[in-house]
Write a protein that binds this ligand. Structure first.
Ligand code: APR
Length: 238
């Protein structure tokens, strides 16, 4: 029976592709207050400010020099070549995992290149600027769109499927996340408390995360170096 793998990624895996993390010294939350742009209250209070924040990030993501890096590609290779199940759960709202070929992928915090209609709840691809005048492509209601991203205080997506996978995996790999935002920060404990007794947990991160001591193993270094090396080693054991 081949071992099943669950992978969690955070902003650190996309840093070397040119996208900012959140809590590094030069991160997003060092430049703007999350209370002003990433909560339902912020959207209620000043929707244009929230639209502008995500328009800027969407613009940046779609810039030609933002491409998947070797870490994204290594995870797509693992999905393609690993004999057992591989589920990639990302906190990231970028599309770099998709663009590198990962398909067994869940965006628990939503996607920057998608919009959701507050009138009919439809979700649609959205690659241009969004404003209070943007119209839903399904129901046509004007002014009712929001970026399909999970804000602080909202329930992340796919949680039932994620917890089921954590309870049944043999290996949990956490990559490029500070381990400071729940529920993702609690996944390693979920595996250790409610998962298979033999399940292994490993952190691949530039530096020890808040939860580093909870992992069986930790490998520190830039994702574009440590992730391909780790995947290579893993595939040799299959
Ligand atoms: N390679 C690997 N790890 C890196 C690299 C790199 N090149 N650069 C930075 N890191 C690590 C940092 O050391 C840090 O531990 O990536 C982690 C990024 O942590 P955060 O900025 O907190 O990002 P993340 O953990 O994804 O944040 C979780 O918080 O703000 C919310 O919704 C947002 O999904 C996000 C969530």
């Amino acid at each position: 029976m081949s071992k099943s793998v669950v992978i969690l990624t955070g902003a650190g895996i996309s840093k070397e592709s040119g996208l900012d993390t959140f809590r590094d010294a030069d991160g997003i939350w060092a430049k703007v207050r999350l209370e002003d742009v990433a909560t339902p209250e912020a959207f209620q209070r000043d929707p244009n400010r929230v639209h502008a924040f995500y328009n800027h990030r969407r613009d940046g993501l779609m810039h030609s020099n933002v491409q998947p890096n070797a870490a994204h590609r290594a995870l797509a290779r693992l999905e393609a070549e690993w004999p057992g199940d591989v589920l990639l759960v990302t906190q990231n709202i970028d599309d770099l995992h998709e663009r590198s070929g990962s398909s067994k992928l869940l965006h628990m915090h939503g996607e920057l290149l998608k919009a959701r209609c507050l009138a009919c709840d439809a979700v649609m691809e959205w690659r241009s600027d969004m404003s209070g005048q943007s119209e839903c492509l399904h129901c046509g209601a004007p002014g009712g769109l929001r970026v399909d991203v999970v804000w602080f205080g909202e329930m992340p997506y796919h949680m039932e499927r994620i917890y089921h996978a954590l309870a049944n995996c043999d290996l949990f790999i956490s990559i490029g996340t500070s381990g400071s935002v729940y529920p993702a920060a609690g996944f390693v404990e979920e595996v250790r408390r409610y998962g298979r007794p033999s399940a292994q947990t490993v952190e691949l991160n530039l530096e020890p995360s808040d939860g580093a001591s909870l992992f069986h193993d930790c490998i520190h270094g830039p994702a574009s170096e440590v992730v391909p090396a780790y995947v290579e080693e893993l595939l040799e054991t299959r």
